[in-house]
Ligand binder design. Structure first.
Ligand SMILES: [Zn+2]
Length: 350
């Protein structure tokens, strides 16, 4: 399987984050990609392709152009006020009864276009966001050229980002942009399966009223986990999208027995939908020792996860999302991609 990857993410580093009652270095760090690429290489996945530059046309089909412009301008504007160094983050958020329209100051933009304190901006943030988008879109190009499955190794991740809100380490929604590009390239229906530990609230919001993308998310329930206000199984889509949003929330502490049953339910829904392409928001923060997670999947379980995804028999586009247990991250991702590839090869030479 071809891996699409770029070093342009490295400059997106150095910020701090609030973890409940303390400030800590960001769990979401460049070393995550070293662990993932190292784990994949050790497992024999070393066909690495650089991304091709893509413009913003597809991005603007998913995201508000004013929001995209904010992502590009945020740090330069911040530097004008505070000088070089440090990181930009919101001080207030646009809440009930407050104006939702930025007034020109970078602070008002941060207040209107981010929803939590986990989307900091440093000098290298926009180049990383832009490269991650190119990595996702290059994956679509490769599948158009005949690849049956590819892995876009994106950083930063995307599934918490919606049309006009960044948060949860996410800025542009790489998986949503990829799904749109697959539709643009001729797919009639795309299934987007999100197996990250956290609910894909951004992706849900983007496709909530659409029936050309079936969104399914396996995640920790909002009673126990971030983003706390979305991810209930009663959120089923609206308008033409009614019935095309599937949330499978599980309590903190869930292990592979129950998690794999939820995956089986997702499998049946995807089969019934009969999509042309499957996009997978691939997070492995479901791992038992993940510092940001609370499920208890084991490293060996990811082989089975990959196998089960392959059994769908669909052209499959993996997009990297979360996973923060540095010691096991590379092996967990390699196991999933390895399990997928082995099953896909056995099932018909993918
Ligand atoms: Zn996550």
């Amino acid at each position: 399987m071809k891996l699409i990857y770029s070093e342009d993410h490295r400059g997106h580093a150095g910020a701090m984050e609030m973890r409940y009652d303390e400030m800590i270095p960001m769990s979401e760090c460049p070393e995550r990609m070293d662990a993932i690429m190292g784990g994949l290489a050790a497992a024999g996945f070393d066909d690495v392709v650089p991304p091709a530059a893509h413009g913003l046309d597809v991005v603007h089909q998913i995201h508000d152009p004013a929001f995209v412009s904010f992502l590009q301008r945020c740090y330069p504007l911040w530097e004008e006020e505070f000088g070089p160094g440090g990181f930009a983050t919101a001080y207030t958020f646009g809440m009930r009864g407050m104006d939702q329209v930025p007034n020109g100051s970078v602070h008002s933009m941060l207040s209107c276009y981010t929803f939590d304190v986990c989307a900091p901006f440093v000098k290298g943030t926009w180049p990383a966001i832009n490269a991650a988008k190119d990595i996702a879109l290059t994956g679509v190009d490769l599948m158009q050229a005949g690849e049956s499955s590819v892995f876009s190794v994106c950083r930063p991740a995307g599934h918490h980002a919606s049309q006009d809100l960044a948060g949860g380490y996410c800025y542009l929604n790489n998986a949503a942009i990829a799904a749109q590009a697959h539709l643009n390239a001729g797919a009639k229906r795309v299934a987007l399966l999100d197996i990250d530990y956290h609910h894909g609230n951004g992706t849900q919001r983007i496709f909530y009223e659409r029936d050309d993308v079936l969104f399914l998310s396996l995640h920790c329930r909002p009673q126990d986990e971030y983003p706390f206000l979305m991810g209930y199984d009663t959120e089923v889509g609206a308008g033409p999208g009614k019935g095309y949003n599937v949330n499978l929330p599980m309590p903190r502490g869930t292990g592979y027995d129950d998690w794999s049953k939820a995956l089986q339910l997702a499998h049946e829904r995807i089969k019934a939908y009969a999509p042309d392409v499957l996009v997978v928001s691939l997070g492995v923060d479901t791992y038992k020792d993940d510092p940001v997670g609370g499920f208890v999947l084991q490293t060996a379980d990811y082989i089975d996860v990959g196998s089960r995804i392959a059994l769908l028999g669909l052209p499959t586009h993996f997009i990297m999302e979360g996973g923060y247990a540095m010691d096991a991250l590379g092996q967990n991702v390699a196991n999933l991609i390895g399990g997928f590839s082995k099953m896909a090869a056995g099932a018909g030479g993918q």
